[in-house]
Design a protein around this ligand. Structure first.
Ligand code: HEC
Ligand code: HEC
Length: 454
């Protein structure tokens, strides 16, 4: 009797070694199922969100942001494998840090860590408090190259960036992820930058109370879902400085609340550890300064000088002094620095409005979470076990099909004894990950399997 059989072999990768497949759900800690990528590329955004700094040559893909997620949470990106991007940009704190200065591999940072909420939704394309990174792509490897933060500076006894590339190139998971994203397994700084930037730009928060109102009426009308206090605060935020305005929107324009590209500094001039610093002309989006429960996502400004929105409002109400780089919008005709003369009710209204800018999903969505398990292990599902379907066709052929990780090249192997396997065909799959091949039914028992070698 003639029979034909098939086998599908699932290959998954453990932190350092290859292991066999395991059954899991997509959110199992320590597992990324590459056959069911998270949606990063087409998340959808409100129609009124129009500003973007995404360059045409680095739009978000699901594969690229998935790679970026792994890099973002991987401590091996620091010299001694103790610090990841996420050490200082924590999801539960709006991808910021509650400490004034964050701890890196060689001490603490000179400025406060910035929240990474809606970083891609802005006209401003420069990054860091002082805008020293011309693009987000360039920004992403600066922390890695920083002596204090992650320690691949190539100076002060630090290894060079090229040693990180060598380190990552030896890790099979990264060969898979880079090949899936860029077509080949080559790892270089540009690819690291592009994938990290895709991940950072994918972090979006548009489910705030503000968004519920803004979806119904324009900013200059009262939002139906707001309290009277919140609507009064919104009006103060929008109006130019004066009896009924605080002038915030000229620099932090809604609905993104990102910084205006032309801003100079806002009169917060102290540096962490003392001294002055007049170079800070950028702010993260004012969204998500507090979490959904009202808890602070960390102190505010480049030096973490203010703990609360109330402190911030007191600062703008009476700018403490002039400086050479103070933005003219904070000076009055004649040259005096701004004194808004807000009363306590107005200050409370403004603070109430700022609290409406907080979302919910961004704090918990697994697609931005740490993919490693508690032992820093990561398993990638590339070719799920037992997922191959076999269809018998009328013309004495069988069609084998399976959905595997996208954009990779697989082997279809055949065997007559289940011991010795030979390559039957090399199969490159597209973004759908679908492997489908038709084979003849022969007179001898022939077994087939799909395999992947990183
Ligand atoms: C040791 C703490 C630390 C680590 C690690 C760290 N960051 Fe940061 N991050 C900061 C601080 C502090 C700033 C502000 C620095 C400044 O402006 O001088 C910052 C700023 C940023 C910004 C600018 C945000 C904006 O709106 O301008 C981005 C983006 C960013 N980090 C991404 C990353 C990525 C990606 C990694 C990992 C490769 C990383 N960070 C690792 C502390 C850290
Ligand atoms: C002239 C432009 C300008 C105006 C007007 C302005 N800001 Fe700012 N804002 C900035 C700049 C620049 C920074 C970053 C400064 C720094 O950290 O040194 C900033 C930072 C902030 C921060 C800190 C954000 C963070 O993540 O730490 C808050 C909050 C803030 N502004 C709220 C307001 C409010 C409320 C108003 C209106 C009362 C206002 N701003 C008016 C330019 C402006």
């Amino acid at each position: 009797m003639k029979t034909n059989s098939y086998l599908s072999i699932g290959i998954t990768l453990l932190f350092h070694s290859l292991i066999s497949a395991q059954t899991t759900t997509p959110s199992t800690p320590g597992v990324i199922d590459l056959t069911k990528l998270n949606n990063y590329a087409n998340q959808g955004k409100p129609v009124y969100i129009t500003r973007t700094n995404t360059p045409v040559n680095n739009t978000i893909t699901d594969a690229g942001a998935t790679l970026g997620r792994v890099l973002f949470h991987d401590k091996r990106l620091s010299r001694n494998s103790t610090v990841s991007c996420a050490s200082c940009h924590q999801q539960e704190n709006g991808f910021g840090d509650t400490a004034i200065a964050s701890t890196g591999v060689n001490g603490s940072t000179g400025r406060h860590s910035m929240r990474l909420i809606n970083a891609g939704f802005a006209t401003e394309s420069k990054f860091f408090w002082d805008e020293r990174a011309a693009t987000l792509e360039i920004q992403t490897t600066q922390p890695v190259r920083d002596h204090v933060e992650m320690g691949f500076s190539g100076t002060s006894g630090d290894p060079a960036f090229s040693e990180l590339v060598t380190r990552l190139s030896a890790i099979p998971e990264y060969r898979v992820l880079f090949a899936m994203t860029f077509g080949t397994a080559t790892i270089n700084e540009t690819r690291i930058q592009n994938s990290l930037a895709q991940f950072v730009r994918s972090i979006q928060s548009f489910d705030s109370k503000y968004d519920v109102g803004r979806a119904q009426v324009p900013d200059n009308q009262n939002f139906p879902n707001f309290t009277a206090q919140e609507n009064a605060g919104k009006q103060l935020f929008l109006n130019p400085p004066g009896p009924n305005g605080a002038g915030c929107a000229t620099c932090h324009a809604p609905p993104e609340f990102a910084i205006d590209p032309n801003s100079r500094n806002n009169g917060v001039t102290g540096a962490i550890g003392g001294g002055t610093d007049l170079t800070n002309t950028r702010s993260p989006s004012l969204r998500d300064m507090v979490g959904p429960n009202g808890k602070s996502n960390g102190p505010l400004m480049h030096n973490g000088a203010f703990a609360t929105a109330a402190d911030v409002i007191n600062h703008y109400n009476l700018i403490p002094g002039d400086n050479a780089n103070l933005d003219n919008r904070l000076r009055r005709p004649g040259g005096n620095v701004q004194n808004l003369n807000l009363n306590q009710t107005q200050k409370n209204n403004l603070a109430a409005f700022l609290r409406t800018l907080t979302g919910t999903n961004v704090y918990t969505d697994p697609k931005w979470s740490n993919p490693f398990n508690a032992s820093n292990e990561l398993t990638l599902i590339i070719l799920p076990e037992n997922a191959t379907t076999v269809t018998k066709n009328n013309n004495n052929t069988l069609t084998l099909s399976c959905v595997a990780a996208p954009n990779l090249t697989y082997q279809m192997e055949s065997s007559t004894n289940l011991k010795d396997w030979t390559t039957y065909e090399q199969i490159s799959v597209d973004a759908t990950g679908l492997i489908e091949r038709t084979v003849p039914i022969t007179s001898t028992n022939t077994f087939f399997r799909f395999t992947y070698t990183p």
